[in-house]
Design a protein around this ligand. Structure first.
Ligand code: CP
Ligand code: NVA
Length: 300
């Protein structure tokens, strides 16, 4: 595995390998067993959007692996003033051992990988959020033991989270159902993969999608960069909420996951959020372990 650009690029074996390594790194950290796999290596972290979890988990994760993380805000880089990504990629490849980037266009991440000569990790684009979904899969396996026979459900915007969850869920063998408004469906490439793969359903009805689910995901109605559409989206997503009525349609032991940040009263009720807080914050913790696994695989 050279880069982590999107879930579509990973084989099932690569995903399971990453999850196994993440479990091992989590175990070692809990037992104070050092794991300096990236001693002397430097990771550049380019952020063109805000972040709490991604920034802090990559930064501390790199330190725990013996490496050095460099926070690079696009406000300070020449990339923010229009220096082409092709040039940025070739320059940074001379200094760093890897780059994590959070940005808008997926093409920018693909171009960094194409023009640079070091590993590139996607820390979220408008198209996908593979690091988050690896942590999500890790959490599901931790709680359920395996993916065998499980149904994953996603309610809401067909955004970066939906795109990555559909691909990741299907690749590890879960059934995946999604409920979203017609105007907010997932990316066509993802839908093409899902239709070809089988085990996938898409509907307008949250209750139908949630029937018999073992894990329910949701995400914000307006993602970063879509703040101007917030009011229009509140109308479009009315009813696409994870609440007690929805959970009553799911399996009794159904987990609830949210990548965070969450908007209580919009995509999820405060009651459901708090009732499932342990699972949700375990999911947030697992960002650290899953990303350390990614860094070790691509930079080790
Ligand atoms: N889930 C997630 O990526 O969170 P941040 O935006 O805080 O990094
Ligand atoms: N869909 C959200 C995820 C945040 C982690 C966004 O892109 O803002």
């Amino acid at each position: 595995m050279k880069h982590l650009l999107k879930m579509l690029d990973l084989s099932t074996e690569e995903i399971i390998d990453l999850l196994n390594l993440a479990d091992q790194l989590k175990y070692e950290r809990k037992h104070n067993i050092p794991h300096p796999h990236l001693q002397g290596k430097t990771l550049g972290m380019i952020f063109q959007k805000a972040s709490t979890r991604t920034r802090v988990s990559f930064e501390t994760g790199m330190v725990q692996l013996g490496g050095y993380p460099l926070f690079l805000s696009s406000n300070d880089l020449q990339i923010g003033r229009g220096e082409p990504v092709q040039d940025t990629a070739r320059v940074l490849s001379r200094y760093l051992d890897g780059i994590m980037i959070r940005t808008f266009a997926q093409q920018e991440v693909e171009d960094l990988a194409k023009y640079g000569s070091i590993p590139i990790i996607n820390g979220l684009t408008d198209f996908c959020h593979p690091c988050q979904v690896l942590a999500d899969l890790m959490t599901i396996r931790e709680y359920k033991g395996s993916f065998q026979g499980l149904k994953m459900c996603y309610i809401g915007d067909g955004n970066n989270m939906a795109n990555s969850l559909i691909v990741g869920g299907l690749k590890v063998g879960m059934k995946v159902s999604i409920a979203c408004p017609d105007a907010y469906q997932p990316d066509e490439k993802v839908l093409a993969f899902a239709r070809e793969n089988g085990g996938f359903t898409m509907t307008n009805s949250p209750i139908t999608a949630a029937a018999g689910a073992d894990v329910i995901f949701t995400d914000v109605w307006a993602s970063m960069g879509q703040e101007g559409e917030a009011e229009q989206r509140k109308i479009a997503f009315d009813g696409y909420q994870v609440n007690d009525t929805l959970l009553a349609a799911a399996n009794p032991e159904c987990m609830v996951q949210h990548c965070l940040p969450a908007h209580r009263g919009e995509e999820i009720t405060a009651e459901v959020f708090e009732a499932h807080a342990k699972e949700i914050f375990d999911e947030a913790e697992n960002r650290l372990h899953a990303q350390k696994a990614v860094m070790v695989k691509v930079m080790g």
